[in-house]
Each structure stands twice: as C-alpha cells, then as structure tokens.
Design a protein. Structure first.
Length: 218
C-alpha cells in the first residue's frame, strides 16, 4: 500500500501494482466492498498490460482496512460505510491518486460505486485522459454532465439496480457517448467473486476498456 494525502489533508492508502516507471497509468475505483481481493486482482491484471495502477482506499475516510465479502452482511456494511463518504471527499482522494503518477497519462476505471465515481471524476475533474465506468447505479442521476475526456459506460441488461429506462435516459442525454449493454448480464458481471459473474461479458467489457485506454493514454 502507498500512503497518499488528499487536498483536505486526509491521509489514505492506495494499493499499487505494476512497474513504477510505466509510461501510462490507471486509477482503479473500488466497489462498496473496499479494496478487497477482487479489486487487488483487477489492479494486478490491468498492470500486466503495461500500466502503473493505483486503487485508492476510499473507505479510509470512515474505516481503514475495509475488505468485505459479497454476501448480505457485506452489502449492508459496505452501503453503511459508503454513506459516510461524500462524493466530494471521494473525488479529492481520486484526484490525489491521479496526481501521484506525476503527470503521465492516466485513465480511470471503476466498478459499481466506483463506476459512478469514475463518471463523476471524468466530468468534474480534469485529471484523466479517458474513463471507463462499469455498472454505476448513480450515473443516471448525473447523466447531463459533460465529460472532460473520452468515456464509455458498461451496463448489464438485467441489472436490477439499474433499469433499462435509466440507460436509455443516459443515451438520450449523451448521444455521442459509448454506452454498452450486455445482453443477459446482471449487476457485477465483471466480478469473479459474485454469483452474477459472466466471463464472456467481462472479457468484452475489459477489452473495450483497454482499447479506450490504449487509444487515448498517450
């Protein structure tokens, strides 16, 4: 873990992966389950494509060292901790993480809560070259924002927390944005620790994300 400090003085951890001298970088934004084994595995895997990767522990604002499972108690605890972190605070931590790369091209990718934050970071900061947001339930409420960088969104067709009406509203508000919907996929289809995991949809969504980053992180 790397120790970082946000603009308001808050000190937090960030899981680090990849070559410290890699020419391009990614910020990986957690779900509501903390920087757990899944997020660390995602970070390591993405680092293998030639990125320096940092995954900030956004829950450090409330409780340090949080790693939750994907069962009902984990969901309940994760939601409670998430509710103690404002979007503004999370974005400060994300901006500090981006700054830690020292000016090299940096992208952002987030999942679940992190998907919503990745979209917010793409629209409310100027720190990123590209953004990929996966199944962020809060994106529809911010669909009218304008991204400052190329972005793409990924949703499951039968995600019970993100109705198709929300996705269509996002498409209507963002006609030039790549909004991908994966047929038959559920919420969390990109997480191997969830019952909703879909390997084929995860592979395609990750390929699309990596293609975006390869094109724009230069």
């Amino acid at each position: 873990m790397l120790k970082l400090t946000a603009a308001d003085g808050h000190s937090f951890d960030a899981f680090e992966a990849g070559d410290i001298n890699a020419p391009r970088a990614l910020v990986v934004v957690q779900e509501i389950f903390g920087v757990n084994a899944h997020i660390r595995a995602v970070s390591e895997r993405l680092a293998g494509f030639g990125y320096r990767v940092l995954a900030p522990a956004l829950f450090d604002r409330v409780q340090r060292g949080v790693e939750l499972g994907y069962d009902a108690p984990g969901i309940e605890q994760g939601r409670a901790i998430r509710d103690g972190v404002t979007e503004a605070q999370a974005l400060q931590d994300i901006e500090a993480t981006a700054a830690a790369f020292g000016g090299r091209p940096v992208g952002i990718i987030g999942y679940c809560w992190g998907g919503t934050l990745a979209w917010a970071a793409a629209c409310k900061t100027d720190k990123f070259w590209a953004a990929s947001a996966w199944y962020g339930a809060g994106i529809a409420a911010q669909k009218d924002l304008t991204p400052t960088c190329p972005a793409q969104l990924h949703f499951g067709e039968i995600d019970h927390s993100i109705p198709l009406t929300d996705i269509e509203a996002i498409r209507a508000a963002q006609p030039g944005l790549d909004v991908f919907v994966y047929e038959g996929a559920q919420h969390g289809f990109g997480c191997e620790a969830r019952a909703s995991y879909s390997r084929k949809d995860w592979e395609l969504a990750e390929l699309r994300s990596l293609t975006l980053f390869a094109e724009h992180l230069r």
